[in-house]
Ligand binder design. Structure first.
Ligand code: HEM
Length: 171
């Protein structure tokens, strides 16, 4: 494949910090999340899960606006094909929507669990929605990593490097 005529600019340091810290938070959430609603009977776990969900949601919200208002959301160059633009937009926006669904359905489960009138059908429906959101977001993340590898190994256009530390920058 031909090399693109323009090379990409790095993302800003704050964008990189937010990208990798939210990636770590989400990874931690996937690895340590509760396995069944009955575990919420432990009051310490219950409040830890709520705190984690609120923090994850707020950090992603901050990141979303930081990227839109200050950093710019992609470093794809103007000569990138249209299909790459569309797919990256779908994956990036999809990840934000997926994380919002995970957080909101998680908080809804906690609310339903703590409200006797809502336990039952409401908690079951929210649990099913939470599991669906986790699965869809995982697929989007996998597609995102495959897309990043596409840029690294095939396009070689600097997109992969744009989210890594810029060791070679001269001051
Ligand atoms: C939980 C893990 C991850 C999440 C939630 C995530 C999410 C995102 C999102 C939403 C963007 C678009 C910029 C923005 O609006 O913030 C982005 C950009 C980017 N990500 Fe990730 N990402 C993750 C992991 C990774 C990994 C593992 C890699 C590399 C292997 C990677 C490489 C990149 C690159 C190179 C960009 C810049 C793309 C561009 O400039 O168009 N990401 N990421």
């Amino acid at each position: 494949m031909n090399k693109p005529s323009l090379m990409t600019k790095h993302h800003g340091w704050m964008a990189k910090l937010l990208h990798w810290s939210t990636a770590g938070l989400l990874g931690y959430g996937y690895l340590t999340g509760v396995d069944s609603v009955s575990q919420l009977a432990d009051p310490e776990l219950f409040s830890t899960e709520i705190t984690f969900a609120v923090c994850l949601g707020l950090v992603f919200l901050f990141r979303f606006f930081w990227m839109r208002w200050f950093n710019g959301s992609t470093r794809l160059t103007s000569d990138a094909p249209n299909w790459e633009r569309v797919l990256s937009k779908v994956a990036h926006h999809g990840i934000y929507v997926g994380v919002a669904m995970i957080v909101l359905s998680g908080l809804a489960i906690a609310y339903g669990y703590a409200t006797p009138a809502l336990s039952g059908l409401f908690v079951s429906a929210m649990t099913a929605f939470h599991e669906f959101s986790l699965a869809v977001t995982a697929i989007l993340l996998l597609s995102h990593v495959i897309g990043a590898l596409w840029h690294k190994l095939v396009r070689k256009d600097g997109i992969w490097e744009s989210m890594l530390p810029n060791w070679h920058r001269r001051s």
